[in-house]
Design a protein around this ligand. Sequence first.
Ligand SMILES: [Ca+2]
Length: 520
Amino acid sequence: MKNSFSRHPSAFSAETDLTYSRRRLLELGAAGLLAASFAPLAGCAADEPPINALPVKPLGRVPGFGGRLPNIVFIYADDLGYGDLSCYGSRAVRTPNIDRLSREGVTFTDFYSCNALCSPARYGLLTGRYPQRSGLDFPLWEGRKGKLGFRVSKQLGHIFSRMGLADMGKESSINGIPTGEITIAEALREAGYQTWAIGKWHVGDFGLYPEYHPENNGFDRFFGVPYSNGQDPFPLYRGKAQIEENIQGDDQAKLSRIYTEEAIKFIDERDGRPFFLYLPYNAPHRPLHPSEKFRRKSRSGLYGDVVEELDHYVGKLLDALRDRGLEGNTLVFFSSDNGPWYNGSAGGLRGGKGQSFEGGFRVPLIAKWPGRIRPNSRCGEMASILDIFPTLLAIAGVNAPVDRIIDGKNITGLLTGKSRKTPHETLYFYHHDDLEGVRNGSYKYYRMINHYKYPLPTNKKWGGVGKARIGEWPLLYDLSTDPGESYNLAQNMPEVAERMEGLMRKWEGEMAENAAGIVR
Ligand SMILES: [Ca+2]
């Protein structure tokens, strides 16, 4: 079913603005740069992920399953904050089309990503498993690893991380989604779905490593880019063929439009089977390039322009489904992979992209499914992007895998309103492979949290040395009264803090024993 996994040195992993970081690095001295360029490559890929040793067996259909299969559309924004949609309270950004989706479906208030960065979040969506199970726990930044400048930047990133000047000291130990994982597309194929991915992949640079191409991971068709729009080169692919070498500057303004047009084209070329459309847009990840029609039209800068353009094309897609008579039997999701970065709003939550605070992990989730999901409903229960995999398998009547732990839970009941209680007791919050925090009930607890506004330190000027640990630890918040995580309760409620610490230790013990989550 899949190609064998091959090992390669990981590339310098970060999706920061390379131009900026490289310029800064150059300012920091030619001598270090020269020395680093001759240093041995650090961060080589680790061992083969144990999950690859599992034989890939068909999951099969749930016996007696007779439900009508809906079409499924999963729209995924990149770095869109919890507070960046008007249906989530924004007064600066107008998103009438996504608001319409919210009015016609269910809106979750306590929905979490499984990571505050791009690649690991997408791994969790596609597999239903915490990214730490495979080692894909940091953004992949491939594409240019053969270039000297790239290797130099990578080495400097590691050196500066050790000095506490950057947050790039650890990398994913693998170069893409392990071939032994079962992706959501592979699973849905078993129920007869046609499967399409359009947009940003970012779970393996298939230009370098073909085994990670979407069409080698369960998708029948692909149109899009291998990673974030902050990277250079930034090529566009139709299937496995590269059709544009490098989309940069205002040329990126076309991306939301062409992804949507391609999605509508795929829909028009569908056969009689149900379809699964995975539609991860690049917007509003920086750099920000709205098209002429949207530039300076929002009240929220270039960022708002880009979000409003994204909203416009979400509307076009919804219109296309309606015009083709598909609306009634299509389940549409809208979400974001992680919190906002240097622009965007976490809606009063603390922190943002790259951080375990609520602002990094808590994201919008809206789902519409006429006749099954009540219009204009809300869900305040805790749920996770990890839940999408088992939920869609249940909806499609595909057996859940039994040879591996799936961390997500079936939340069909929360979507439809038939259940009012989250199936999760506990969710875990990682930074790279460090378990930093845990949510249990309304409590959120952090043993320690990195002090970076990814990927730069918030408490150091360039030139400072040493990884300072500021503040008091641990942190304990009651999100029911303090969603902004402003008031540490650890001293007042030591028994709760201790219980939360115990949950973290227990989980760490389980992960130490069987991180890959293989069930024998
Ligand atoms: Ca992202």
